[in-house]
Design a protein around this ligand. Structure first.
Ligand SMILES: [Zn+2]
Length: 392
C-alpha cells in the first residue's frame, strides 16, 4: 500500500505525506542507510529519538547473509532488525554492478560469483522481487542497470556514450516491466518504484520517465546519479528530471548527497533522499554542522569544550537533556572528548558522531518541511547557504 498526499508546493519544491504499510512519512525526507540490517553503530531507539521515519535495507547483502530462510523465519526485515517503521530496500542491482569483472550482465539478468563464498549466483528482476517480497520492505525498487559515468576505470576507460546510455536505459525499462509483472504475481502488498535512467543525457532521461509513467508505478526514483560524475553533471540531471515526474506520486533521488545537494534537490522537486555520507563521514571524522563541515581529527579540537554543533540538540551535542549549547545546555560531549575517542579508536567515538551527523541530516529536512509549511522555503535556502558558508 502507498498513498501520497501533496500538502503544499513552492516552485518545484513539495511538502507531502507518504503513507506506507508500516507507517506515515513526512516529506521531504532523508532516509538513513542500513545496509546489513543495521544503521552502523546506531540503536533503533536512537534512530527513533532523532526522528528517523524510514530507513534503507540492502537486498543484495541481506540475500548473501543471513539469507532468505532466516528472513522468512522472522517474517521479514522489520521483525529481524526490530525496526517497526517503514523500510525501503534497493533492488540489489547497484551491488551486483559494483562487482565489476566478477559479474556478467545479460538480457535475462546478472550472473555473478558470491563475494562471501564464491558460489555462482544469478540476479534477475524476478529474483530481486522474490527477495524483496520476503524482506517485506514497504518500498521495493525495480531491478535496473545503474548506468555508470565511466565505462571501465577512470584511467583506461571512457565516459559513457549516448549509445551506451541508451542501451542501458532500454534494458532497465524491460527489467521494469518484468519487475512489475513479478511483483504483482507474488501478490506483494507493498509499493514498487520504477527507476529513471538515461545517464547524463536529458532526452534519454525523458524517454525513460515517459515509458515508466506509462507503466504506472506508485512512485519513481531517479537513479544513475552519484556514480562518479562531476558535481555539475549531477546537478544538471537533478534540475531536469524530478519535476517532470507525475505530481501526485513520490520522487526519490537515489544516493545523493551533501546537505547542499539535499536542499537543492528539494528545490528541484525531490521528496526522498538516501546517502551513506552522514554515516560514513562520521566514522571518518568529518562532521556536518549548521556552520559548515568540521574535521574532528584536526589538532585544534584537542581541548575545545564546545560540542560539535552548538545549535544541535542531538544526544552527542546536548546529552540527555536535549538542550543545545547555544541555549545554555552543558550536558553534551565536547569536541575535545570526541577528538580523544577518535585518536584512541574507541567505539563510542563513531557511535556519537554518527548520531550527530544523522541528526543533522534529519533535522535539516525537518527545517525544510517547516519552511515549506510556512511558505518560506526560498528564504530558508538563502539562510542555509549563508550559515553553511560561515565556517565552524
Ligand atoms: Zn549534534
Amino acid at each position: 500500500m502507498l498513498t501520497f498526499q501533496l500538502l503544499k508546493t513552492e516552485g518545484h519544491a513539495r511538502r507531502g505525506v507518504l503513507t506506507l504499510n508500516h507507517g506515515v512519512v513526512q516529506t521531504p525526507i532523508f532516509m538513513p542507510v542500513g545496509t546489513y540490517g543495521t544503521v552502523k553503530g546506531v540503536m533503533p531507539r536512537s534512530l527513533h529519538d532523532m526522528g528517523a521515519q524510514i530507513i534503507l535495507g540492502n537486498t543484495f547483502h541481506l540475500w548473501m547473509r543471513p539469507g532468505l530462510d532466516v528472513m522468512r523465519a522472522f517474517g521479514g526485515l522489520h521483525g529481524f532488525e526490530q525496526w517497526h517503521k517503514p523500510i525501503l530496500t534497493d533492488s540489489g542491482g547497484f551491488q551486483v554492478w559494483s562487482l565489476g569483472a566478477m559479474r556478467k550482465i545479460t538480457e535475462e539478468g546478472v550472473h555473478f560469483a558470491s563475494p562471501v563464498n564464491g558460489d555462482k549466483l544469478f540476479m534477475s528482476p524476478e529474483v530481486s522481487m522474490q527477495i524483496q517480497t520476503v524482506l517485506n520492505s514497504d518500498i521495493v525498487m525495480q531491478l535496473d542497470e545503474c548506468t555508470p559515468y565511466w565505462q571501465g576505470d577512470k584511467a583506461s576507460g571512457h565516459v559513457t556514450t549516448e549509445a551506451e546510455a541508451r542501451a542501458s536505459m532500454a534494458l532497465s525499462l524491460r527489467w521494469a516491466r518484468r519487475s512489475k509483472a513479478e511483483f504483482e504475481r507474488l501478490g506483494n502488498p507493498n509499493a514498487l518504484f520504477g527507476i529513471v535512467q538515461g545517464g547524463m543525457f536529458e532526452h534519454l532521461r525523458q524517454e525513460s520517465l515517459e515509458a515508466l509513467v506509462d507503466m504506472d508505478f506508485p512512485g519513481y526514483a531517479i537513479g544513475g546519479v552519484s556514480v562518479g560524475e562531476p558535481k555539475e553533471e549531477m546537478r544538471r540531471i537533478m534540475a531536469h528530471t524530478p519535476h517532470r515526474l507525475p505530481a501526485h506520486k513520490p520522487r526519490y533521488l537515489m544516493g545523493v548527497g551533501t546537505p547542499e545537494d539535499l536542499v537543492e534537490g528539494v528545490a528541484c522537486g525531490v521528496d526522498m533522499f538516501d546517502c551513506v555520507m552522514p554515516t560514513r563521514n562520521a566514522r571518518n571524522g568529518t562532521i556536518f554542522t549548521r556552520y559548515g563541515d568540521l574535521k574532528l581529527r584536526n589538532a585544534r579540537h584537542k581541548a575545545d569544550p564546545q560540542p560539535l554543533d552548538p545549535t544541535c540538540t542531538c544526544y552527542a551535542c546536548a546529552g540527555a537533556s536535549g538542550v543545545s549549547w547555544a541555549d545554555g545546555g552543558r550536558d553534551g560531549f565536547s569536541r575535545a572528548y570526541l577528538h580523544h575517542l577518535d585518536r584512541c579508536g574507541e567505539m563510542l567515538g563513531p557511535m556519537l558522531t554518527t548520531i550527530h551527523n544523522l541528526h543533522y541530516y534529519l533535522n535539516l529536512m525537518q527545517e525544510v518541511r517547516d519552511a515549506l509549511d510556512a511558505g518560506t522555503f526560498a528564504a530558508f535556502r538563502q539562510r542555509f547557504a549563508a550559515e553553511r558558508a560561515r565556517g565552524v
